[in-house]
Design a protein around this ligand. Structure first.
Ligand code: ATP
Ligand code: MG
Length: 664
């Protein structure tokens, strides 16, 4: 574990500041920095009292809790432990008998463009029916159910139905292979699998059920007794008698009423595997009470949700963002949300923009990887530029998943947000359950590329290897000093790995996020500098990968994306290797050499000669996880010329590795 320091003088220091307008501040739930600071002060004065108040105000308890935080078995913290609730009742039943019951809960747009809408009342009926189906299959409270579903209303129904009967769901992204699916079914010890015959993505019909069959045929999945199949397309699939049945046929035979099963606050709502950016994915176990509190509250705080909003989070339910900000948060908050089945580039790379116009979306939340690819598309084809769509309904934009380069931030701010919409750059992780560090739209002055300040009650800090706070301006290790309600409870079936990964002894019991960060001198704003494993040490200067990547991307006329890694070097200890995706085609020969030189000199000018990449390689893309994150650990291997022996189970585009290795 090495902490990045800000030893190099950077000219990339961001001076642009975008404060919220007076009107935004006046209309916001958390109004101005005074509103933010008042909540922070409340948390500081009485930490448990603060969380207890919020949990009473934002969660419907069947049995109220009497103890807020139990630290007796740290780091296995327990929140609201003797309270009882049901997550699905908090998302659905709560709205029945209120004006929200007939409000549209979900506007679903299919890959091909068909739109389906369901109200809260209708959604509750369908969730109840499917919950009854699960019960009829013998699924019980505490059992695990694996979901391998397309991004559809049915995916949300399946998650909510599990929550309703107290079963623990584990959603596996529909792009994963049968091997990855098998590992997760086995690890979770699932009793049932919910899937679809096929899924539609980019106009193509892609198999799901046959991949489930393959996974289950591999030994170690004998615990699975039933497979429920959502018939997404008319195409027939193999159905195993006695095991497989169709979701909607089963639902039709069931009552639309199903009393929610109340569970203890610490009951595992779900297990979700991390993206695998830094290593083998971890099965992150979340609670019911603390998790739900944070999913609901961050909808209100970070997105300043109003009753009239049309909220759209583009994340798949296979990722934590699709759990907290599709399946649970928006419903618990009573929002109308858009769910989109397809991909942003089909039928053209203006799909997001045309959908925002069509559904009058007001809050749009997506990932830097999508933004960067849409910038590239708009630059080469003006007909898909966001300026062709009417985006005036938007009022707030969000970003999640990776640090957003200031260059991409500015493009998003200008071209999508019309220089009118605050961007909430939300830093968080599968393990944190919900947002941790983020601007508040009606309070925080924005700085491009910075996730700004922690939410009230969240005690993030930057420390050195011994857990000592470092001063603003010095880089270090991002930690969270105190437990918070939506934190990871354990790694499923591996408490030792949980302790070791997140609570290393030398850090005094702080939660270790695994990311490097630095706080600005003037405002104390946080900026994520990269994973701590990715810190570079060049001639004794330690630096994060993010800064050099942002400098490369700032050459916005030619560079679309960049990833930087280190390689051992006799002279400098470590040498910087940059992998660059251009807006145009991949150059070769002298053209590649000339361009590499130009970029090296550019970085030297932007940051300093010490940050000049020793080598620049061009490719048509970068290796990414299925959730679109750059896998720098694989690039480190390529930069060193190593044979690929790492875990690549979550890699989206394996052929890219060969391409990047060939340019050696
Ligand atoms: P694994 O833990 O298996 O390596 P992962 O960390 O990519 O996978 P996630 O939980 O999906 O899995 O991602 C969390 C990480 O994403 C954070 O630790 C951080 O590196 C990055 N991240 C998320 N949001 C932001 C953001 N707004 N700014 C900077 N980095 C972010
Ligand atoms: Mg991680």
């Amino acid at each position: 574990m090495t902490a990045p320091s800000n030893a190099i003088e950077s000219t990339l220091v961001e001076n642009r500041v975008f404060p919220p307008t007076d009107a935004t501040v006046a209309a916001a739930r958390i109004s101005g920095m005074a509103g933010y600071e008042a909540l922070c002060a409340e948390a500081e004065n009485d930490y448990e009292g603060f969380w207890a108040r919020l949990a009473r105000e934002n969660v419907v308890w069947n049995k109220p809790f009497t103890q807020t935080l139990d630290q007796s078995d740290a780091p296995f913290f327990k929140w609201f432990q003797d309270g009882e609730l049901n997550a699905s009742a908090n998302c659905l039943d709560k709205h029945i008998g209120t004006p929200t019951e007939n409000k549209t809960a979900i506007i679903f747009e299919a890959d091909g463009g068909e739109v389906t809408k369901v109200t809260y009342k209708e959604l509750l009926a369908q969730v109840s029916q499917f919950a009854n189906v699960l019960k009829s299959k013998g699924v019980q409270k505490g059992d695990r159910v694996v979901l391998y579903m397309p991004m559809t209303i049915e995916g949300v129904i399946a998650m909510q139905a599990c929550a309703r009967i107290g079963a623990t769901h584990s959603v596996v992204f529909g792009g994963f292979s049968s091997k990855a699916l098998h590992e997760r079914i086995h690890d979770a010890g699932a009793v049932a699998v919910v899937t679809a015959n096929y899924q539609m993505r980019g106009g193509k019909e892609l198999p799901l059920k046959s991949i489930v069959d393959e996974a289950l045929a591999t030994g170690g999945c004998e615990s699975v007794k039933s497979v429920l199949v959502f018939q997404r397309t008319p195409t027939a699939v193999n159905m195993v008698a006695g095991r497989d049945t169709f979701m909607h046929e089963e639902m039709a035979a069931q009552s639309t009423e199903c009393a929610p099963e109340f569970v203890g606050a610490e009951h595992p709502l779900f297990v979700l595997y991390t993206s695998g950016s830094t290593g083998k994915p971890k099965g992150v176990q979340h609670s019911t009470g603390g998790y739900l509190l944070w999913a609901k509250l961050t909808m209100d705080w970070t997105f300043d949700l109003k009753d009239s909003d049309i909220f759209w989070c583009t994340a798949d339910i296979g990722w934590i963002t699709g759990h907290s900000y599709v399946a649970y948060g928006p419903l618990a908050a009573g929002a109308t949300q858009i769910i989109f089945e397809g991909v942003p580039t089909f039928p053209k790379a203006d799909r997001f923009w045309t959908m925002i116009e069509k559904h009058k979306c007001t809050i749009f939340y997506t990932a830097p990887t999508a933004i960067r690819s849409l910038i590239k598309a708009a630059d080469s084809d003006a007909s898909v530029h966001p300026d062709r769509s009417d985006l005036s309904s938007l009022r707030i934009l969000g970003s999640v998943g990776e640090p957003i380069n200031p260059e991409a931030w500015m493009w998003y701010y200008k071209n999508v947000g019309g220089e009118r919409c605050p961007i909430v750059d939300t830093f968080w992780q599968t393990e944190t359950g919900g947002h941790m560090i983020t601007p508040l739209p009606g309070a925080t002055p924005l700085v491009p590329g910075s996730c700004t300040l922690p939410l009230p009650g969240i005690t993030t800090a930057i420390v050195d290897e011994t857990g000592q706070d470092v001063p603003n301006g010095s880089g270090g290790i991002l930690v969270v000093k105190k437990p918070w309600p939506s934190m990871i409870r354990t790694i499923w079936g591996d408490p030792a790995r949980f302790k070791q990964s997140y609570f290393p002894e030398e850090l005094k019991g702080y939660y270790l996020a695994g990311d490097g960060a630095v706080r600005s001198q003037d405002r104390g704003y946080f900026r994520i500098t990269g994973r701590i494993d990715d810190v570079l040490n060049v001639s004794g200067h330690r630096m994060g990968t993010m800064e050099i990547e942002s400098a490369l991307v700032a050459k916005s006329d030619i560079v679309a994306e960049a990833a930087v890694v280190g390689r051992p070097d006799d002279l400098t200890g470590e040498a910087i290797v940059a992998f660059v995706v251009l807006k145009g085609p991949v150059p070769t020969g002298d053209a590649a050499k000339a361009l590499a030189n130009e970029l090296r000199n550019w970085v030297a000018k932007e940051i300093g000669p010490i940050a000049k990449p020793k080598e620049i390689r061009f490719g048509e893309n970068l290796p990414k996880t299925r959730s679109g994150k750059i896998m720098r650990r694989l690039l480190r291997g390529i930069a060193k010329g190593e044979a690929m022996t790492q875990d690549t189970s979550t890699l989206e585009n394996p052929h890219i590795l060969e391409q990047l290795a060939r340019t050696n």
